[in-house]
Every structure is written in C-alpha cells, then in structure tokens.
Design a protein around this ligand. Sequence first.
Ligand SMILES: *Cc1c(COP(=O)(O)O)cnc(C)c1O
Length: 384
Amino acid sequence: MTNIKREDISKIQMVDLHTQYLNIKEDVDKGIQEVIHSCAFINGPAVKSFAEELAIYNKVKHTVPCANGTDALQVAMMAVGLQPGDEVLVPVHTYVATAEVIALLQLTPVFVDVDSDLFTIDVSQIESKITPKTKAIVPVHLYGQCADMESIMQLSKKHNLFVIEDTAQAIGADYTFSDGTIKKAGTIGHIGCTSFFPSKNLGCYGDGGAMLINDDELAKKAKMIASHGQSIKYHHDIIGCNSRLDTIQAAILRVKLPHLDQYNSNRRRVAKKYDDSFKDIMQLQTPKLAVYSTHVYHQYTLKVEGVNRDELKEKLQEKGVPSMIYYPVPLHFQKAYSLSEFGKGSFPVTEHLSDVVLSLPIHTEMEEKQQNYIIQSILESINE
Ligand SMILES: *Cc1c(COP(=O)(O)O)cnc(C)c1O
C-alpha cells in the first residue's frame, strides 16, 4: 500500500450521515415535504405504512412503532406484565438503556457476564442466576450480531421466562437455528425492541423506535401502552405512556428501509477489509463470528491486547482517525447501578473488555481511500 496523506482524503467520521443523505436526498426531501403539506404530523399515514413495511421486512406479524429504542424496551416490559420486584437478566456489557428501564419500572436487573469473543450474554452463566423471582431475560445483540437465541429460548421455556430482545444494533441480522430455520434478529423472543437513532443501521433524522411482535395479544397491549393505555380514543383501560414515532421520521424511514440490506452489505465489505488487514497483527483481535448469526456490524470492534488501547486511540486521533469505546464503564460500576456486592472481579470478562475494546469507523459510505488511510494509521500507531 502506498503512503496516503491526510490531506488527500475527506474527513473521516465514525458515521457519515451526510453523504448517505445526499445519495437519497430526492426521495427523503419529497417524503418530508409530503408530511409537511398534509400536516398529519402525529400518526399520519406514513407511520402505518412504515410499520407494515417493517413487519414484512422482518417477517414478523406485528410491529409497533414508538418514540425511541429505550421506550420500546420499557413498553415491552410493561406489555409482558412485569411487576415491581421481578428479576430481569441482562448482560452487564451493554448500553445503559437496557438496565435503565428495568430499574425505572422497579424491576431488579440481574447482571450476567458476556462471552469474551462474541460480546453477547454468556448463556452458560444464565441458569445459575435464575431464582423464583426471575421473570424475563433481555439478550442484547451487541455490535450487530445476535446472542445465542436458541439456547436462550430453551432456557425461557424451561423456566417460564419472557424474552425481550434488544436488537437496537442488529436490525437486519439473520439468526439460523440448528434445524436450519432462519429468523430475523428481534423476531425470536416474545418482543424485539429496536431503535432508529440516527447512527443506527436503520436510522431516522431524530429519535424513533419500534417493537417487533408475533403474538396478537401482546402486540395489542404494547400498542395500547404506547398510546396512553387506550385502544379507543379517550378510553384508558390500562396505565400507559405517550410514545409515538413522528410521521416525518416514518416518512424518512420508508425511504431508507429498502436500502437497509445494501447498507448492511456495505458495512460487511468494510468489515471484511479490516479483517483481512489485521488478521496477522498479534495486538489486534478482529471480531469473531458466531456460527448462528450474520453480522450487520453496527460497530466494528477490535480487542486491543499487548499495546495500550487508550494510547492507540490517542495516536489515531492525532492522525485524524476517530475511534470509540463501547462501553468504557461496565454497568455494575455505574453509580446508579452499583451495589456494594459488586467489587472488582464481579464480572471479569466485561471488566476486561472495557479496557481493551476499540470500535473503528464503519458506515455505509466509507471510501476505499479513507479506509486505507485508517488501516495505515493503525498499523503505524501500533508499531511506533
Ligand atoms: C441505541 C440503543 C438503545 C436505545 O435506543 P434509543 O433510541 O437511543 O433510546 C438501547 N439499547 C442498545 C443496545 C442501543 O444500542
């Protein structure tokens, strides 16, 4: 590879939402204008159309749009009827939202460590955490790859647990069961929760979220809860909340959904190039693939071993290459969720990961030249 200079490439970003927009500008602008002219800002026709199209894409019976991914998790937990004091199993290496809604509903989050190579919940540790109070488990398909859902569904049947999938990072990923059946991420458990935060694989231009649900009754209940507990206007049968997907966001998502598979394959192409470039570099462990899931690379996350991760991150920054740490502080060390029993070593894999993970820029519009520069900068930095 010839030496690439920083001046010769356009600015590198973790995600390039602007270039992506320019490529679909005409359709997006038209969709937004239609909503504005119709003035159907709340629950306009685009919301219903998008919900139907999203259900078709995911081969799921119902989708219930809502205001964001965090709300999706909250409404899902309310819809399955979890009660204060119920215990909910959740991976300790995840974004805070997953645990936050559990705590908000006065449920008890019970942390489980993750697999050190796949970054998803370690299913071998789940059963020992189950008590008579355990009512649900929330697997998180972290970075874009599904957790071991076949094992999780078996445990759910054996112990009568609800399974609420957090698929905010994995929309579009496919899960293959041992009998060959393939299902979309988020459609395997009782409810799948996703987010349309702008940087997610299917992102809108503000906040948005949805639940994926096969069960008719659960879907009806989730829909009611997200709409003030009503199924008929001004008749409030249960306590709910106000969580809606804006019509403008739905119009944007309708334009982007048909591109999702292409977006995900662009991400896979970028990931493959990183994989190939780093495969012989001892200090960098490239993401491992689970046999049962495709990867949609919401993040491309390395484990940096043998060189200091934070120093590498700084050197990259100096060369104009951004990188991120997802997540720098494990949940059990967060002030809001720490308990006296959680000393150092409580969740050794997660604690180690918080010291070594590093996510590189990956997005749908990455130019080859940019990626070559990123790779060159990383190789230079670890050898400096
Ligand atoms: C983004 C994300 C959420 C929250 O989604 P919001 O739309 O920002 O509320 C929840 N869980 C995970 C794993 C996420 O990545």
